[in-house]
Design a protein around this ligand. Structure first.
Ligand SMILES: C[S@@+](CC[C@H](N)C(=O)[O-])C[C@H]1O[C@@H](n2cnc3c(N)ncnc32)[C@H](O)[C@@H]1O
Length: 207
């Protein structure tokens, strides 16, 4: 890849700066071992939420709340973010981050538990946007759940991994991502693109 391309990619990653609250949540996430999305991915989440006027958003993998703040920044004022995480310390940090940013508490539903135990209890076709950023080995099951949860025309976003682009990588996580990528690409119901932002961001719209 040319050095100009690398510089352009790096420029795009930081084209939109994070708010001080998002930066604080990201630092807290680092301390807790929950790596937050960078500014490139975060700003795409914000733009997508704004573009589709997402009033009902489901996030799998709350972390310390940085991605949630990006999403809330793009959602309409009456939009509600439902976000799931199995780690109670991460959840506490996220709640604190939402409060520090002045997010009204009724705009977030922070649900504790394993995603695959919580998601089946959520309502069919009730979400405009589903964002997946948790256990990559569970992505195939998240895809099944997201397909059920999204309304027609709703958008699915999955954080990806640099490793997936290199055929030499054959670890379990990479193989799972490849399988998921293939099944979304071959899915009649989805129009899909893998955006070269962060470690890759798979964006798919359910027809
Ligand atoms: C990469 S971090 C999420 C970061 C967050 N999206 C952000 O950008 O600020 C992944 C999170 O997924 C959570 N997680 C991992 N496996 C999970 C599961 N099976 N169910 C629910 N949450 C899970 C972890 O506890 C962690 O907080």
């Amino acid at each position: 890849m040319s050095t100009q391309k690398v510089a352009a990619w790096s420029h795009a990653e930081d084209f939109v700066a994070a708010s001080e609250h998002i930066d604080a949540a990201r630092h807290r996430g680092e301390e807790l071992g929950a790596e937050s999305v960078g500014n490139g991915v975060g700003s795409v989440l914000q733009v997508l939420a704004a573009a589709i006027g997402a009033k009902a958003v489901m996030e799998i993998g709350t972390g310390a709340g940085a991605s949630g703040l990006w999403l809330l920044g793009g959602m309409p004022a009456d939009g509600i973010l439902t976000t799931i995480d199995l780690d109670t310390e991460h959840q506490r940090a996220a709640r604190e981050a939402f409060a520090a940013a002045g997010i009204a508490h009724q705009r977030t539903r922070v649900i504790a538990g394993r995603a695959l135990e919580v998601l089946p209890r959520m309502t069919d076709a009730a979400y405009d946007l589903v964002v997946v950023d948790a256990d990559k080995l569970e992505y195939p099951d998240y895809l099944t759940q997201a397909t059920r949860l999204l309304r027609p025309g709703g958008t699915l976003v999955m954080t990806w991994s640099d490793k997936e682009s290199d055929p030499a990588n054959r670890d379990a996580e990479t193989r799972t991502l490849r399988d998921v990528g293939r099944s979304i690409r071959d899915h009649d119901q989805y129009a899909v693109s893998l955006l070269p932002v962060g470690e890759g961001l798979l964006v798919a719209v359910k027809r």
